[in-house]
Design a protein. Structure first.
Length: 184
């Protein structure tokens, strides 16, 4: 038997071994080990297990926005408006990747953010009403860029506290709440 015949014979044995092994493999799913990693939900943060994206607000009067998740990364800019709504799009350890209403963003330490919800008025002279109905009387108006505290939302309307005035406004006039989001 020459070397070529030997290698071909060994290959045939391996193939035959695979065929036999395939016949023995059970078709029922095998129970996972207690320490086995469960695939994570891509719509939830790997650190907090909270939904991504989600809205938060700037806790203090200022927060550094860095190029990456760590103190060694360069500060690209500083958010300077307390209560400013931000959208978290990613998590890494103690860092959250955030973006503002213009889509500008970067990484911030989680302790600079608050779970209190706020919204930004995106219409000039937006109309607030006493009830969530288009035909009711206008209670007050707010200028473009005003930040208000989000109180509750129905399918189309949100109740907002803007500078001490409370009223209902259409979601289309706000940034900081998803179109189908309902908040009690």
């Amino acid at each position: 038997m020459n070397r070529k015949q030997f290698l071909m014979g060994a290959g045939a044995v391996l193939l035959a071994g695979r065929a036999v092994a395939q016949e023995v493999v059970p078709e029922a799913p095998v129970a996972t080990k207690p320490n086995a990693k469960v695939p994570r939900d891509p719509n939830k943060g790997p650190v907090t297990n909270l939904p991504l994206p989600r809205y938060v607000s700037l806790k203090g009067r200022e927060g550094n926005v860095r190029r990456g998740p760590g103190m060694t990364h360069r500060i690209d800019w500083v958010f300077t408006t307390a209560g400013m709504p931000l959208r978290i799009t990613a998590e890494y350890d103690r860092w959250r990747r955030v973006e503002d209403f213009q889509g500008m963003g970067g990484w911030m330490q989680f302790n600079l953010l608050s779970g209190s919800r706020s919204v930004l008025i995106t219409q000039d002279m937006a109309e607030f009403r006493a009830t969530p109905e288009a035909g009711t009387q206008v209670s007050f108006q707010a200028e473009l860029g005003v930040i208000g505290k989000l109180m509750e939302c129905t399918k189309d309307w949100c109740r907002v506290n803007a500078d001490g005035e409370k009223g209902w406004i259409l979601k289309t006039a706000l940034w900081g709440v998803d179109p189908n989001e309902v908040i009690d």
